[in-house]
Design a protein around this ligand. Structure first.
Ligand SMILES: Nc1ncnc2c1ncn2[C@@H]1O[C@H](COP(=O)(O)OP(=O)(O)O)[C@@H](O)[C@H]1O
Ligand SMILES: N[C@@H](CCOP(=O)(O)O)C(=O)O
Length: 355
């Protein structure tokens, strides 16, 4: 059993004990903890997968490998005599929402975005059941997650996200953003007892402030969003964006919300301040595809703060209120408190000009 220590940073002072075992410390998303995170929650045998593949026109089973590094679902790399595949078993979440994700992925794939469109069986069905869990089969996309993206990679991401948002405005599906301002307002009180009095005030004031700011503007441009486009949900081969994966926070709503999540994860320095070069690279490339509207430009600093608070809150909920059933390393809430404080202190950098 791991020894425990009291965490003395601001957010946790006097409130919690955490294991000292390095394998059990927070995961900031791109650490080397891949091997030690338990990621295959439902084991599968070669025989099970070989029989499953027979429904599809993908070739014959050769090998199966569980993927360490997933956090919510069980993911396997599958090799056939014809191609490389990914098999995902859905362990949690609302299973009735899976058809939305299938439609969104297939729509973006049809529009030539680098996403894994689902593989349909010989009868045209994508969503199956395996080992009692909903299951989807995907092409395996090439590349690795960039931990310190260079400017060419930032540009590629901005360009692809801009393209995705142009296309996604015509996506016919509908799934309200489950992490929008309504959610912040409804659930932030659940974590207040676990944070310091200063942080309680900060969180409550921010939510009030967002409501004030958003109520003064008309509707922002809408479309389908990825909803969680962190670096570890992208795959790069050199400077080429090979794929955007993990669309299970996908939804419809303010496109600006997606862009702000990207900037907070991709273009933030260790101290929480914005990284001017990455910021410029992502936003210039994005706006070459989809220039922001006047409303979006006005709400941009607020949206950066709102999406920072969204992750501060969701991570606090995981740590204190609703820990995952599996023994996984939680993401560090403190990271997004730091980002939020930096956005409040310094605002947003100016948005690049659109030519
Ligand atoms: N289509 C894909 N192509 C290549 N690798 C993939 C693909 N889908 C998932 N992966 C790999 O599996 C890991 C876990 O998948 P992900 O969908 O992010 O699971 P989780 O929701 O459990 O975090 C990813 O980090 C990536 O390395
Ligand atoms: N990428 C997120 C985890 C997914 O968000 P959630 O709202 O589905 O918990 C993170 O880094 O916290």
């Amino acid at each position: 059993m791991a020894a425990e220590t009291t965490v003395t940073n601001n957010a946790f002072q006097t409130h919690t004990t955490l294991p000292t075992d390095p394998a059990s410390r927070y995961n900031n998303g791109l650490s080397n903890l891949g091997e030690i995170l338990m990621a295959v929650f439902t084991p599968l045998s070669d025989v099970q997968v070989a029989a499953f593949l027979e429904k599809f026109d993908v070739g014959s089973f050769v090998s199966l490998q569980g993927v360490a590094g997933g956090t919510e679902n069980s993911t396997f790399f599958v090799t056939t005599d014809r191609r490389e595949l990914v098999l995902t078993l859905f362990e949690q979440g609302e299973h009735e929402e899976l058809p939305f994700f299938v439609e969104l992925l297939d729509y973006l794939d049809e529009h030539r975005l680098p996403v894994p469109g689902t593989i349909h069986d010989r009868e045209g069905i994508a969503l199956h059941s395996l080992a009692g869990k909903p299951a989807l089969l995907f092409p395996r996309l090439p590349g690795k997650h960039p931990s310190a993206p260079n400017l060419a990679q930032c540009q590629a991401l901005g360009n692809t996200l801009g393209h995705l948002h142009v296309v996604s405005q015509r996506f016919p599906g509908h799934r309200p953003n489950p992490r929008d301002l309504h959610w912040l307002r409804a659930v932030h009180h659940k974590v207040l007892t676990y944070i310091s009095p200063d942080d309680q005030t900060l969180m409550k004031n921010e939510v009030d402030d967002f409501e004030g700011a958003f109520s003064q503007h008309g509707e922002l441009p809408q479309g389908a969003l990825h909803g969680d486009l962190f670096r570890d949900n992208t795959l790069f081969e050199g400077d080429q964006l090979g794929g955007i994966i993990d669309f299970y926070n996908g939804c419809t709503g303010d496109l600006l919300f997606d862009l702000a999540i990207v900037i907070n994860d991709w273009a933030t320095n260790e101290d929480g301040t914005l990284n001017a070069e990455r910021y410029e690279a992502i936003l210039s490339a994005y706006q070459a595809r989809r220039p922001l509207t006047a409303n979006e430009r006005e709400l941009w600093p607020t949206m950066l703060r709102m999406t920072a608070l969204r992750y501060w809150l969701s991570r606090l909920l995981v740590v204190y209120v609703d820990p995952p059933a599996h023994d996984l390393t939680p993401h560090d809430p403190e990271r997004f408190r730091t980002i939020l404080k930096a956005r409040i202190a310094f605002g947003a950098l100016p948005l690049p000009e659109v030519y």
